[in-house]
Design a binder for this molecule. Structure first.
Ligand SMILES: *Cc1c(COP(=O)(O)O)cnc(C)c1O
Length: 478
């Protein structure tokens, strides 16, 4: 595809700046070369960006079962509400009386999310899930410091965990202790008992876990950590499966993060603003970062937790993402929230059962909101890999599932059909998965070439990450 710089007939200007009405000044930083800016007329610019948009795949284009990411359709009304001037045109330092509604909205959202998760307080400062993890770990660290229990420097994390868990733990200054999962994908209780000790600061866990299974021993797990003097951290990325039904707070978790851009109606995937609020039980609330909205006799105000770990982002986080969450919560209500989780689990189990005779399940049991298939046998028997299946799906307008994660399953594809997918979409996707397998078994070459219909074919993914071309090179540059 042409870049903006490659258009011929440049100089068809579409913007006209008024004449300069201030005195010209010489800048000390003078350019050595001419500044190349593409100059195009408005319809060419519009076509260029429309063409770009057509080359990508989003939830609005088709099925997007990207495991662990909860790529659900987010109702446009939530974005429309978050675009209202009363929300977008305010400033964090504005007089409190003029933003009472926004403070109330934050407080209401905090209360609703605390009710859903079984927590007592929450901050919206963290900008994403990993940031929320970091924040929660700072709370755990502070808890031990305040008790003068300084030897607790280890966080226990199962080997199935999302990569951000160990990364956040080490950023927060902890040592990571990895424990192997059992064959069934769940926490090995004996390994956990062996791993805990006087240096245990806490445990990080997601439930349902990253292979889509609800750990039935969750109460025993969190008790083992509490008995050892540690705290339990809940990675809330998989909340879509249990919200309105089971609460991390009741499972023995002390600190959590949520991904508003996964579970609560903010589109994600393009690096846009996210929000990873961090919630905690009352005994940790005084350590929360930043200022928090609170109701006083004079209306809503900010309150600074007494022993705060400090700010981890400017002001109050990505407020407009909170507006979308608020709108989503109000439109669904408590019944709707529960139904969302039920449908997410139903959709995943339906698809899993339709596919289990064609694809090997990594764990052949009832799943939660996602399930993992393995191409390990096909890879060894006939050189058909998870990558081949993922690429072949692209030719049918389906975004591939998450590939090669979790790391504990070889040739993994993790499929998460969210609650917003219809039965027709699921049936069509099942047919496509089956057809691809049949084509691959007839002749592996059929899938080795895929994709054939996309704007670009198989890319050198390592090169794309390691040697990105981020700058247009003009002939007279350099
Ligand atoms: C997405 C995800 C995270 C990290 O969240 P980000 O918002 O991407 O930082 C952590 N844990 C799990 C299980 C996830 O799926």
């Amino acid at each position: 595809m042409r870049l903006l710089f490659d258009y011929e007939n440049q100089q068809k200007q579409s913007t006209y700046l008024p004449k300069c009405d201030v005195e010209r000044t010489e800048l000390s930083l003078k350019r050595k070369q001419k500044l190349h800016l593409p100059v195009l007329c408005e319809n060419e610019i519009s076509r260029h960006y429309t063409e770009l948009a057509k080359q990508t795949h989003g939830v609005n284009d088709g099925f997007y079962p990207l495991g662990s990411c909860t790529m659900k359709y987010n109702p446009k009304i939530n974005d429309a509400l978050a675009s209202l001037g009363g929300f977008t045109e305010i400033h964090p330092l504005q007089d409190l009386e003029s933003v009472q509604g926004c403070l109330e909205l934050m407080k209401q959202t905090e209360k609703a999310l605390c009710t859903i998760t079984g927590m007592d307080a929450m901050t919206f400062q963290p900008a994403a899930g990993a940031h929320g993890e970091f924040c929660g770990l700072l709370l755990i660290k502070k808890y031990h410091e305040m008790r003068n229990d300084l030897k607790r420097n280890k966080i226990i994390i199962p080997d199935s965990a999302h990569g951000t868990n160990p990364a956040s733990a080490s950023m927060a200054g902890f040592k990571v202790v990895t424990i192997a999962s059992k064959e069934d994908g769940c926490v090995d209780l004996d390994a956990l008992r062996q791993a805990v000790g006087e240096d245990t600061a806490g445990l990080m866990l997601t439930n349902p876990n990253t292979v889509g299974l609800f750990d039935k021993h969750i109460l025993e797990i969190t008790q083992i950590i509490h008995d050892a003097g540690g705290l339990n951290y809940y990675d809330g990325a998989n909340l879509n499966a249990i919200m309105g039904i089971a609460r991390p707070g009741d499972m023995g978790f002390d600190v959590i993060h949520l991904n508003l851009h996964k579970t609560f109606s903010t589109p994600h995937g393009g690096g846009g603003p996210g929000s990873g609020p961090c919630g905690c039980k009352q005994f940790l609330a005084d350590y929360l970062p930043g200022v928090l909205p609170c109701l006083t006799e004079e209306g809503y105000a900010w309150h600074q937790p007494k022993q705060s770990v400090g700010a981890i982002k400017a002001f109050y986080g990505n407020f407009l993402v909170v507006v979308k969450t608020w709108a989503y919560l109000l439109t669904l209500g408590s019944e709707g929230i529960r139904e969302t989780a039920q449908n997410a689990v139903l959709n995943a189990n339906y698809m899993m059962h339709q596919l289990k005779d064609t694809y090997d399940l990594a764990y052949d049991q009832t799943c939660m909101h996602e399930f993992v298939i393995s191409l390990n046998k096909e890879k060894h028997d006939c050189n058909v890999s998870a990558m081949d299946i993922a690429k072949a799906l692209l030719d049918y307008g389906i975004h591939p599932p998450t590939m090669y994660f979790p790391l504990i399953v070889h040739e993994a594809l993790m499929i998460e059909p969210t609650e917003t997918e219809t039965l027709e979409t699921l049936d069509r996707a099942v047919d496509v998965f089956k057809k691809i397998m049949a084509d691959a078994m007839a002749n592996p070459e059929n899938v080795h070439q895929a994709p054939l219909l996309t704007p670009v074919r198989r890319l050198d993914e390592v090169k794309a990450a390691r040697e990105p071309h981020l700058r247009y090179i003009w002939p007279d540059d350099e």
